[in-house]
Design a protein around this ligand. Sequence first.
Ligand SMILES: *[C@@H]1O[C@H](CO)[C@@H](O)[C@H](O)[C@H]1NC(C)=O
Ligand SMILES: *[C@@H]1O[C@H](CO)[C@@H](O)[C@H](O)[C@H]1NC(C)=O
Length: 125
Amino acid sequence: MSSSYQPLLFTILVFFLGSIFLEISPALGGKTHVDSWAPVKNLSETKMVEIGKFAVEKHNNEANAKLVFQKLVKGKVLQGYGTEYNLTITAKDSAHNDIAKNYLVVVVDAQFMNKLRLVSFKGPV
Ligand SMILES: *[C@@H]1O[C@H](CO)[C@@H](O)[C@H](O)[C@H]1NC(C)=O
Ligand SMILES: *[C@@H]1O[C@H](CO)[C@@H](O)[C@H](O)[C@H]1NC(C)=O
């Protein structure tokens, strides 16, 4: 007698497990994933502009260059133990007729030291 209920129970069980899986899976692939870069939505954001300017100043010091920060073209941010910024910026070269070109910069904000660090400055691209 009870065996006639088994297919129904099986269906309920599969449905139940399936719904649990669907509840959990967005969390697994979601925002908590440490390797996901988030695009910078507002390229005028004060914090982002400051990081772009920091990269240019630091590069000017290190490479004895005379670039002048203009604007952010695009950027992405990786949150980990610190924050990594990968930005494309436009800068004028005041040592070469103020020609504006794009540069790729990577800056790390190591929160525990409360200090920005220029990782790389590439370009013009
Ligand atoms: C972008 O950031 C700037 C500077 O903080 C702000 O003035 C502007 O309103 C922001 N734009 C948007 C679309 O949020
Ligand atoms: C930064 O992003 C650019 C693409 O926008 C990519 O080509 C480059 O490899 C990235 N640099 C790092 C250090 O992740």
